[in-house]
Write a protein that binds this ligand. Structure first.
Ligand code: HEM
Ligand code: HEM
Length: 227
């Protein structure tokens, strides 16, 4: 919803347009925390914790895809696909955009692909000692070995994507576009028709439901080891 904010020191007020709903804002920081915990628990071999957080992240990412179909206009997956010409234009442009700009959309799609590769390969990976992902029983030993290699290699691609992402946010800030503030507040001072927003709690409701289902199906062993 567009909102007019009046500063008591100025006569003219600024138009604030809501661009990110509560779910997308929370999703982003839950994703950041989840990936950090998964990285360190994987490297340290704390696999019970790794599995539990892996299941939480799986529920979060599936919710983001559902939100990409039924959620707010700016969360829609369909808004992430653009012509190459528009992507190049967006890289040169300094003007803010309602939702992800076409170049940012490429980054978001790349993240979704890399994170799902990491999750699915994890579900098919075993440490050959105590822990095995819940899909290992359904696949051959060779495929589980391949999944393990992918799980190790893909993490480096994910780290490179994160570095590019943070550099891009800093570059936009230098150009005068504060994407971080917009993500934190959900509001932009861009003057535009307000996109259609859904209530964030619906997204969190879906996330909790999926978490319970996944933990019930696969999480009982690592949960009882940790608790
Ligand atoms: C985005 C999500 C994930 C990230 C970032 C991640 C990251 C990592 C990292 C950094 C390692 C250490 C690799 C190494 O030894 O060099 C690892 C190992 C492992 N991960 Fe994940 N992981 C994720 C999801 C999952 C999931 C969902 C599962 C299964 C439920 C899983 C199962 C495993 C297993 C079994 C290992 C040990 C592999 C071995 O010892 O060879 N991971 N993960
Ligand atoms: C593990 C690290 C990170 C990952 C995996 C990540 C991933 C993502 C993803 C997937 C989105 C799209 C959100 C959506 O539509 O669902 C996004 C957007 C965004 N991220 Fe991150 N992020 C990370 C770290 C950070 C950090 C540290 C910052 C702050 C400097 C940041 C700032 C932003 C901003 C400002 C946006 C909105 C971009 C726009 O307006 O188009 N991210 N990030």
């Amino acid at each position: 919803m567009a909102q007019v904010i009046f500063d008591k020191n100025t006569v003219i007020g600024a138009i604030m347009t809501k661009v990110w709903d509560g779910f997308i804002r929370g999703f982003h920081w839950l994703l950041v925390i989840g990936i950090a915990v998964l990285y360190f628990s994987g490297e340290e071999g704390w696999l019970d914790l790794h599995f539990i957080v892996g299941y939480l992240l799986l529920a979060l990412m599936v919710t983001r895809i559902v939100w990409g179909i039924f959620g707010s206009d700016t969360a829609k997956l369909s808004s992430l696909f653009h012509r190459p010409r528009h992507i190049i234009q967006a890289l040169k442009s300094k003007s803010p955009h309602v939702g992800h700009n076409p170049a940012g959309s490429v980054m978001v799609l790349l993240f979704f692909i890399l994170i799902f590769i990491q999750l699915i390969s994890g579900l098919m990976t075993t440490d050959d000692i105590l822990m095995e992902g819940p899909l290992v029983t359904y696949i051959s030993y060779e495929l589980a070995e391949l999944a393990g290699d992918i799980h190790q290699l893909n993490i480096d691609l994910l780290l490179v994507a994160i570095a590019v992402h943070i550099t891009a946010i800093v570059m936009y800030r230098i150009k005068g576009v504060n994407l971080l503030k917009t993500l934190l507040t959900g509001k932009s001072d861009i003057e535009a028709k307000s996109p259609k927003m859904r209530r964030g709690w619906i997204g969190y409701g879906i996330f909790v439901l999926l978490t319970v289902l996944i933990l019930f199906a696969w999480g009982q062993e690592p949960l009882s080891a940790v608790l």
